[in-house]
Design a protein around this ligand. Structure first.
Ligand code: HEC
Ligand code: HEC
Length: 244
């Protein structure tokens, strides 16, 4: 199935969901409530956006430019002007401009930067509308052991990547701080499957993640956070690329 077909399926599902609750929801959001916002239709678009943006982000983490670009193309090409009221367009434009940048990214570092900007664009629109989306992201609570093998360390990394993401896209200062702290709290050197410390070269690359977390803790403004998140994602990618 082509990516476009997948998108129309995803968007279709969102719309079907809203049709179930109200006949009127078949109208574009702007018309359904006379320039207002149809909540259930919107929610369908949001979960489609959310999934595409996460697919793009996880593509970057995995070092897969193909996955990241394909998801970005779908986000960039969606015609929101027929779906959302005109006064939404500035927020949508910022989101799609980040997506377009990602479709043209030539290396992992710039793709990572665009993904971070994308998350901030989501967050800016939510913040502007005073939305409290904190209940839409899962609780990050999770106990990690005193010692960690690589696999556990990677789960910690992934959890932190999620929380930083929520930090930017909800936006949530608490989620951001928590992400930084959970990376700083990691035991020093991860171990291999036999419980021995991993080789020095790997250990120091893992430590680079901790150094970024320290800067994340200090980054307060949106642009500083976008910068740090881009660097983090690009660090994940640099190790995973080529099946590391
Ligand atoms: C132009 C403004 C705008 C942009 C851009 C935007 N959102 Fe939203 N988002 C909203 C609004 C409004 C709602 C509330 C919809 C509702 O539930 O009524 C929302 C709700 C959500 C929700 C909660 C949905 C639910 O089930 O309650 C998530 C998750 C979400 N957005 C993610 C994203 C992500 C990820 C992006 C960026 C890829 C994004 N949004 C971009 C306006 C925006
Ligand atoms: C030092 C190199 C290195 C860095 C940096 C790195 N990873 Fe990994 N990652 C690996 C290796 C090696 C594996 C395979 C581990 C295994 O299963 O033994 C892996 C696997 C993973 C997995 C799959 C784990 C599983 O359960 O199979 C995830 C998810 C992951 N990494 C996320 C991240 C994220 C997110 C970051 C950035 C915050 C990151 N990694 C940074 C080397 C790295």
């Amino acid at each position: 199935m082509t990516p476009r077909r997948v998108l129309s399926l995803i968007l279709g599902l969102g719309l079907v969901g809203s049709c179930g609750s109200s006949q009127q929801a078949e109208e574009p959001a702007g018309e359904a409530s006379g320039g207002g916002e149809d909540a259930s239709t919107l929610r369908g678009h949001m979960s489609a956006n959310f999934n595409l943006a996460l697919t793009a982000r996880d593509g970057v983490i995995a070092g897969s430019m193909i996955q990241a670009r394909e998801a970005a193309v779908q986000l960039a090409e969606q015609d929101y002007s027929v779906l959302l009221p005109p006064n939404w367009m500035p927020g949508v434009e910022r989101m799609q401009s980040a997506a377009r940048e990602l479709t043209g990214a030539e290396d992992v570092a710039s793709a990572a930067g665009s993904v971070a900007e994308l998350a901030a664009a989501c967050g800016a629109c939510h913040a502007e509308r005073g939305l409290d989306l904190s209940s839409s992201h899962p609780s990050p609570a999770r106990d990690f052991g005193e010692a960690e093998d690589m696999r556990e360390r990677m789960q910690r990394h992934q959890r932190a990547a999620d929380n930083f993401w929520y930090g930017l896209s909800v936006p949530s200062d608490g989620a951001w701080q928590q992400a930084a702290q959970m990376l700083l709290d990691a035991p020093m050197s991860p171990t291999d499957e036999e419980g021995k410390a991993v080789r020095q070269e790997l250990a120091s690359r893992v430590d680079a993640v901790r150094a970024i977390a320290q800067r994340a803790l200090e980054a307060k403004g949106e642009q500083d956070r976008v910068q740090v998140y881009g660097e983090l994602l690009s660090t994940c990618a640099s190790c995973h690329q080529g099946g590391a």
